[in-house]
Ligand binder design. Structure first.
Ligand code: ATP
Ligand code: MG
Length: 551
């Protein structure tokens, strides 16, 4: 996936050197989601990075669920995450892995630390523990339970495991340094009591390891060489290393951090995305406005465009904010090159061609793409009555208006040049029908009288078209940083993020559209057929050009 002409990013440089020096004989990376939500665009960066590095260096990338918190995890998320990784175009090496498969080993290693006087059972309540922990500027204090004997600790740990104690009454902690400048080293928790069934291990456990106690050890068990995570874990690295140094682990992985993806106009916190779903601000995790991979997919984004975007933003050691217009550019560019064209009239009004026989019809052949010879042309039916968009007709207009005006000409895309004669109105004064005449012999040709059309408009034949519903999506948030806390992120939901247009008229060729197949509706934008329920709903992926304010 990575391009050989491009300079190596900092991780590629490190890996290249480690392999050259023989520090590791093979690159092994992992993508370690917690199955507590759907994957979002930030995860895509991590996936492309971890799987991409494995591809570049001929190594392996594992998919490992970091499933240490059964309270928030569910099998549906496990399934959705696997589907999303595959959709993005990656395949993990070997079976899917789970941190929960290592629970027995982790428990043995907890014992090992206890026996080495490096872990103890602590009875401080969560509130007391917080007090004893100190602050960023003040050291913590030793827990009164810190010097329990090995025997007592082993006994209490075994009883914790047997379920003899209430949740929150005791934890197992590492004995490191309550005065450390790094709070993560102030006797961190290794195990907590959770009377909760687990999606993988069922009722086997009522104590669960913390993320910190499971993560690096999982890496070690799996032979991960480079454990790549986002910057917020940099402060955890000393603890990661402490476990690897102090446990009888089979292998020494090394943690590296990179800057996470922040996208403007977008939220990438699973907790907040879950809130949008739970409180029904959106339809589901795969609502086309969600920044989840499932949402982008349903919106009509392609995996190639998302991978391309991840390549464009690159990988650095610092956090930054990426303009969502870059992602929108990536999908627009992909669809421009690859999406077949079709016509769809969003606000139809009828147009009658007075000099075209009522009993006559024709079928024109139109290219499916202006510069893709590999796309078969499409058939476009034509007849006396057609639909055009209300926005493409005015009774009068100035010269800037390059569409249909009474007494003026336009070309019907892929068909004739026409000239408008009159507009019929209803009692409310609304135009209900436009009457026009065809300028003969103008399919693909200029009019013989030399009067050129002012523009080109799209249309569909009334006698042979599809009735479709369009879902016109815009950005879900109308503020570039909805999540900065100045106001609640829900206050910034764009009320026009979804506009549903029913009764739109689409050309007949769209009857064979496949779910999620993308099209350019000429002059209107990129759309894909929804993958849910009715087969006549098209989701707008993105407009034809970037109309968002520049920042
Ligand atoms: P949240 O905090 O929203 O729940 P998370 O980061 O904790 O999300 P995980 O399932 O733990 O979610 O993430 C799996 C991997 O994806 C981690 O290695 C994490 O560093 C990475 N990741 C998560 N969000 C981003 C992001 N915005 N940019 C890059 N990598 C990310
Ligand atoms: Mg996490």
């Amino acid at each position: 996936m990575s391009n050989e002409q491009k300079p190596l990013n900092f991780l590629e440089q490190i890996i290249k050197k480690d392999l050259a020096d023989g520090k590791y004989t093979k690159l092994v990376t992992r993508f370690p989601p917690e199955p507590n939500g759907y994957l979002h665009i930030g995860h895509a960066k991590s996936i492309c990075l971890n799987f991409g590095l494995a591809e570049t260096f001929g190594g392996d990338c594992h998919l490992r669920f970091d499933d240490t918190n059964p309270a928030k995890e569910e099998q549906v998320y496990v399934d959705a995450i696997k589907q999303d990784v595959i959709w993005l175009g990656y395949q993990w090496a070997g079976e899917v892995r789970y941190a929960s498969s290592y629970f027995d080993t982790l428990y043995e290693w907890a014992h090992y630390l206890v026996k080495n006087h490096q872990a103890y059972v602590c009875d401080l309540s969560p509130e007391q523990a917080r007090e004893y922990r100190g602050t960023l500027t003040e050291p913590g204090k030793n827990s009164p339970y810190r010097d329990r004997s090995v025997e007592e600790n082993l006994d209490l740990l075994a009883r914790m495991k047997r379920g003899e104690f209430a949740e929150g009454s005791r934890v197992l902690r590492a004995k490191i340094d309550m005065a450390s400048g790094n709070i993560n080293l102030r006797d961190p928790i290794l195990y907590r009591i959770r009377n909760q069934a687990h999606h993988q291990t069922g009722e086997d456990w009522c104590i669960y390891p913390t993320y910190d106690f499971a993560h690096g050890q999982g890496d070690s068990i799996e032979g991960v060489s480079h454990s790549i995570c986002s910057l917020e874990f940099a402060d955890h690295r000393p603890l990661y290393d402490w476990f690897i140094e102090n446990l009888p682990v089979p292998h020494k992985p090394q943690q590296y951090e990179f800057g996470r993806l922040n996208l403007n106009y977008t939220i990438t916190s699973k907790r907040k995305l879950k809130q949008l779903v739970d409180e029904e601000y959106v339809e589901a995790w795969d609502d086309p406005r969600m920044p989840t991979l499932a949402g982008y997919r349903r919106r009509g984004y392609t995996a190639a465009a998302i991978r391309k975007f991840c390549e464009m933003i690159g990988v650095t050691r610092s956090d930054g904010m990426v303009d969502v217009a870059m992602l929108e550019h990536a999908i627009r560019d992909d669809l421009d090159k690859n999406a077949p064209r079709a016509m769809c009239v969003i606000n139809p009004i009828k147009l009658v061609l007075l000099n075209y026989p009522a009993d006559k019809t024709e079928v024109f052949t139109a290219p499916s793409h202006p510069n893709r010879d590999d796309f078969a042309p499409r058939s476009v039916p034509f007849g006396r009555e057609i639909y055009i968009d209300a926005a493409d007709f005015r009774e009068e207009a100035n010269k800037k208006y390059k569409r249909l005006v009474i007494g003026k000409r336009v070309r019907l895309r892929h068909a004739y040049v026409i000239e408008a004669q009159e507009a019929l109105k209803n009692a409310a004064g609304e135009i209900v029908e436009v009457r026009a005449r065809i300028i003969e012999n103008t399919v693909g040709k200029d009019p013989e009288d030399g009067v050129k059309p002012k523009g080109v408009i799209h249309w569909v034949a009334a006698h042979d078209c599809l009735d479709v519903t369009l879902k016109l999506y815009e950005r879900l948030f109308n503020h570039p940083e909805p999540d900065t806390g100045e106001r609640h992120f829900l206050d910034f939901i764009n009320p026009e993020s979804l506009v549903v247009k029913r009764g739109c008229k689409a050309e007949k060729s769209l009857a064979s559209a496949q779910p999620l197949q993308g099209f350019q509706f000429e002059r209107e934008g990129y759309f894909c057929l929804d993958n849910r329920g009715e087969s006549t709903v098209f989701n707008r992926t993105i407009g034809l050009r970037d109309s968002s304010p520049k920042i």
